[in-house]
Design a protein around this ligand. Structure first.
Ligand SMILES: [Cu+2]
Length: 72
């Protein structure tokens, strides 16, 4: 099982954009933490259970941003 996934995220403007994404992603069952670096345009997600990358991408899209899996 993957325990870490990293996404390239587009559309962020400031720190609250990152918090918005982390809030949305951390609501998903199986996600333990989500950490977004706005400057690097990356979100690192740690998993406690198996979660498909598509679920996380959909959650980020719901927050209003684009995401592509880059690692994990
Ligand atoms: Cu913002």
């Amino acid at each position: 099982m993957k325990t870490r996934m990293e996404f390239a995220v587009g559309g962020m403007h400031c720190g609250s954009c990152g918090l918005l994404i982390d809030d949305e992603v951390e609501e998903l069952p199986g996600v333990s933490t989500s950490a977004t670096d706005v400057r690097k345009e990356r979100t690192v997600v740690h998993l406690a259970a198996a979660v498909p990358a598509e679920r996380i991408i959909a959650a980020i899209a719901e927050a209003g941003y684009t995401a592509v899996l880059v690692r994990g």
